[in-house]
Write a new protein. Sequence first.
Length: 405
Amino acid sequence: MSMQIPQRILVAPSGFKESLGADTVAAAIAAGIRRVIPGVQVDEYPVPDGGEGTAEVLAETTGGELVAAQVTGPVGLPVLAHWARLGGNSRGTAVVEMASAAGLRLVPRDRRDPGATTTHGVGELIAAALDDGATRIIVGCGDSGTSDGGAGALRGLGARILDAAGHEIPDGGTALSMAASIDLRGLHPRAQEVEIVLACNVHNVLCGPRGVARVFGPQKGASPEQVEELSAGLEHWAELLRRTAPYGQQLDLRTGAGTGASGGLGAGLAAVLGARLAPRFEVLLAPSVAPVNLDGLIAAADLVITAEGAIDFQTPRGKVPAEIALRARASGVPVLGIAGSLGSGAPDVHDIGIDAIASILTVPMELAQAVEQGEALLRDAAERCMRMILLGSALSARSALPLAA
């Protein structure tokens, strides 16, 4: 009996935060596969998840274009960001990737303080898309370096956030405790007229024990004391939005699904603009936005390989590998997950349909070195995984041979 070799493999990863885009990750894994099986058909599908690279992927797959815009960055300095003007059947839709204006990678490591960073530039990107005539705006939420409840984005759209004395409050999440009123008289005239959808991880909520400040604040540079300050500020902000924002009383702003997206951007835009908070893959993988049939690619594959920067206890909570595993399980296709690192709770992903996991790291190394060598490490890891798969196939074939008399 001959060894069973995969004839068609789908590579469907997310990007590695602050390191590699999803397209680069896919290409590196594909290269590693071809080192072992040169003639295999490899389909590459970089999965847009709302974070870094989302606008670029969707602009390319729809025949649209990226539009550059200089906006206010998360620490208040100008940054060159972008949004996507989609093409094909998606004409009229703009994709605003919040990470391009307020992502963690734009915050210098010595200035990582979500109590001070702002989403102001996200509002400016939305305004640019509105000025361009967009009739629908998708805001991709992910990889944020902020926790300001969307207050900065509302300011970027012309709103004013005032304290009890009528003065504008400072930027950042800490100052939200000072907010006493929201002045919408200067709001962009089309901001409440156009459909705005936030493609977000609906597991992220604004307040409470699993609120965004407590879960993600430390990753963005907050000390334990700052986490509590941010939590208090977001609680206050949620109540102010509930009482005074146009859509505030229609929503559960504290613990509603997606309200904590991108440091609370979800709550701010939903309460003031009437933005819809939707599961990100429901939005970003919809046929009207992503014309490639992902489920068809999965069903046609002998093996699916997915990847993300870290596979850990958060992976089952709406991350790309979990979404890919869910879809692959429906088609009965095995899934391999490759990660930059395997963290606490990583084995739990076997319960959601990821059959095996592997890290790209073989020896201890500094994060900066791993980032610098990321592509090579991914290629090597994919090669190792494929050799193990072929070894397993060979053993399986050998065990099926009839026993000697």
